[in-house]
Design a protein around this ligand. Structure first.
Ligand SMILES: Nc1nc2c(c(=O)[nH]1)N[C@H]1C(S)=C(S)[C@@H](COP(=O)(O)OP(=O)(O)OC[C@H]3O[C@@H](n4cnc5c(=O)[nH]c(N)nc54)[C@H](O)[C@@H]3O)O[C@H]1N2
Ligand SMILES: Nc1nc2c(c(=O)[nH]1)N[C@H]1C(S)=C(S)[C@@H](COP(=O)(O)OP(=O)(O)OC[C@H]3O[C@@H](n4cnc5c(=O)[nH]c(N)nc54)[C@H](O)[C@@H]3O)O[C@H]1N2
Ligand SMILES: [Mo]
Length: 552
């Protein structure tokens, strides 16, 4: 699920993990199950709380494990992050805790934003979010009076129709408090996949070339046309959440799927199955046969992370060497090699780029050459090479040239666009809310022991012994009412589908909410989820839909 552009350009942590763990005096974790989903950073945050008394506020509808270490847990209703954040800013302004120098010197648009903030007094916010007024005051005080304060978030913030707005509002909060461009602060999206940051950096997005260089800018396009010896389109492409539904209306005729399992991971699985079965031609490049492979006309065997060389760029913009540790089985090949062979064959069938183009040949023999091309064409990676990484240089982009040591903290002194812009953010409720027929709110996500569609983790015997089937979290009050005490099987039904799974009776979820994962095909949450998209990022609202729950 591709990167989310923020008010500052690309989505990446502005501050390194160790910097936050060492220097933040307060932290806000909002919509991130950090100890289960980012366990390394989760451990560092726990230590910061325990060893040096850093203050931690967690804003999450569920009582996730990290709340045990929180100074304060705000248990707001799902989908009410905007009222919550605006409400905190209301109190900060009322108490005069804002950073007036930062606002005056580094930002614009403050007055417009303030007009919206004025509509979020504590009593109104408490009514919308379910968070008591006293807790709102406590949270505002902890976050505003302990500087620097770092904000961390993940999918609990972005997987909503207001995903982009949520992110912008967190940026508002950090500008209001002057916590940008300083050690121990920042806006910090915790990216999920090992190399999702790198994939976005390399232009695996519909609107940009590598390094977030816009396809709509003529000079940028020209640079790549000369380098690649090709004619490039100025049109913005489609996101994955548009490509697959696009099969139905003929906008998509063929799919080349590389390392994704849309039958498991896209919302509304029944619709996805329907679309894939209608598609003229599907190529799937995978390391295992997956739930999606039965829809593929051609399977291309890729090599796993342990079987190849190259780099991954992590959530704190750190470019890291990956080295081949084991031989690939059978006919598996490096993903880059397969792509190169495909590209060559396409060009040989009539469209070979002009010979003098410096990078037009598709003739790489190793990943170091690919990194040299990246460096030549991508300003933020200009100083990166395998040689430097092998030598042990610790590089976080932007790395401006071969001498530059990288940029651990972004936005020191200046933002990319000059002044940081406050955005007035109003509340929009989720697309589908519970009603009489579907009285429960379903939220979805992950567990510690499994990875997404589970193609890799369901093959690990040790993990299956610990967590061998889908469990759905349900509150004890609801379980009692439905007569499912004693870990019964429950049926969960939405307007799109139905699953049966074992109930995990726990006050991790509040009454009226259930939480399901998408790790097991026989009971995947995505049979139920709704394909409602954020209008800008096109990310689905995986975190909220309405369901009925019954005892089986
Ligand atoms: N073990 C394991 N680790 C993983 C992954 C995995 O599959 N397994 N996947 C990786 C990937 S790609 C990603 S993107 C990350 C995801 O990492 P996370 O985003 O931390 O994981 P999620 O389970 O999606 O849940 C996020 C949190 O959002 C909360 N939440 C739900 N609705 C709301 C809301 O409306 N507001 C707020 N504030 N919070 C809400 C949930 O209760 C949950 O605690 O994890 C990465 N790490
Ligand atoms: N309901 C619900 N759905 C969600 C989410 C949610 O929170 N709730 N989260 C969403 C998010 S944030 C994400 S990131 C997606 C993840 O969704 P996907 O990207 O579809 O899931 P993965 O299981 O990470 O990876 C897909 C496949 O890649 C293969 N693979 C692994 N390594 C390699 C490799 O090196 N080369 C090749 N060619 N293949 C490889 C694996 O075998 C796996 O089957 O799910 C999304 N779906
Ligand atoms: Mo993700």
């Amino acid at each position: 699920m591709a990167g989310l552009a923020t008010a500052f350009g690309s989505g990446a942590m502005t501050n390194p993990m160790n910097d936050i763990a060492d220097n933040a005096r307060a932290m806000l974790i909002i919509g991130s199950n950090t100890t289960e989903q980012h366990p390394v950073f989760g451990t560092k945050i726990r230590q910061a709380v325990l060893k040096r008394g850093a203050k931690l506020v967690v804003a999450d509808p569920r009582r996730i494990d990290i709340t045990e270490f929180a100074t304060l847990h705000l248990r707001h209703r799902p989908g009410t992050d905007i009222p919550l954040i605006n409400g905190l800013m209301y109190i900060i302004l009322q108490q005069g805790w804002e950073d007036r120098d930062f606002i005056a010197n580094r930002t614009e648009g403050f007055d417009e934003m303030k007009t919206v903030i004025n509509q979020f007094p504590p009593e109104a916010v408490a009514a919308l979010t379910g968070v008591p007024v006293e807790q709102l005051f406590q949270a505002a005080e902890i976050l505003a009076t302990n500087k620097p304060m770092a904000v961390m978030w993940a999918m609990g913030i972005t997987q909503h129709i207001v995903g982009v707005r949520n992110v912008m509002d967190l940026a508002n909060l950090q500008m209001l408090l002057g916590n940008l461009g300083v050690p121990g602060g920042g806006v910090n999206p915790l990216r999920g996949q090992n190399n999702v940051q790198g994939a976005c950096d390399m232009g695996a997005l519909p609107n940009v070339y590598p390094g977030y260089q816009s396809v709509a800018v003529g000079a940028v396009r020209q640079k790549f046309e000369i380098a690649w010896g090709a004619t490039l389109s100025e049109q913005i492409g489609m996101t994955v959440t548009e490509m697959i539904p696009g099969i139905e209306n003929g906008k998509t005729k063929a799919l080349y799927i590389l390392g994704e399992d849309p039958i498991m991971s896209d919302p509304d699985s029944r619709h996805i199955r329907h679309c894939l079965s209608m598609c003229d031609f599907v190529v799937l490049q995978e390391i295992f046969p997956s739930e999606t492979s039965q829809y593929a006309d051609v399977l291309l065997p890729g090599a796993s992370f342990a079987e190849k060389d190259g780099t991954f760029t992590n959530t704190e913009r750190r470019i890291q060497m990956v080295r081949k540790a084991v031989q690939s089985p059978g006919e598996a090949r490096d993903d880059w090699w397969i792509i190169t062979e495909l590209a060559r064959r396409i060009f040989d069938s009539g469209k070979r780029p002009i010979a003098e183009a410096p990078f037009g040949g598709w003739d790489y023999t190793n990943t170091s050459q690919i990194m040299d091309e990246i460096a030549a064409l991508t300003p933020s990676y200009a100083g990166v090479s395998h040689e430097r990484l092998e030598r042990g240089d610790q590089l976080q982009w932007p790395v401006k040239d071969r001498q530059h040591m990288g940029t651990p903290v972004l936005h020191a002194g200046q933002f990319t666009r000059g002044k940081g812009k406050f955005m007035p953010i109003e509340h929009i409720p989720p697309q589908e809310m519970p009603n009489d027929e579907y009285p429960f709110l379903l939220s979805t996500g992950r567990v510690l022991y499994h990875w997404h569609g589970g193609e890799m983790t369901r093959r690990a015997q040790g993990l299956m012994e610990v967590y061998g089937e889908a469990l759905v979290e349900i509150n004890p009050d609801d379980a009692l009412r439905l007569g499912v005490n004693g870990n019964h099987t429950i049926r969960i039904t939405s307007r799109r589908g139905s699953i049966e799974a074992e109930a995990w009776i726990t006050d991790r979820v509040p009454p009226g909410m259930v939480f399901a994962n998408f790790h097991f095909p026989e009971a995947s949450a995505n049979e139920l989820t709704i394909a409602a998209l954020d209008p800008i990022a096109k990310i689905p609202e995986y975190k909220i839909c309405a369901v009925r729950v019954e005892r089986v």
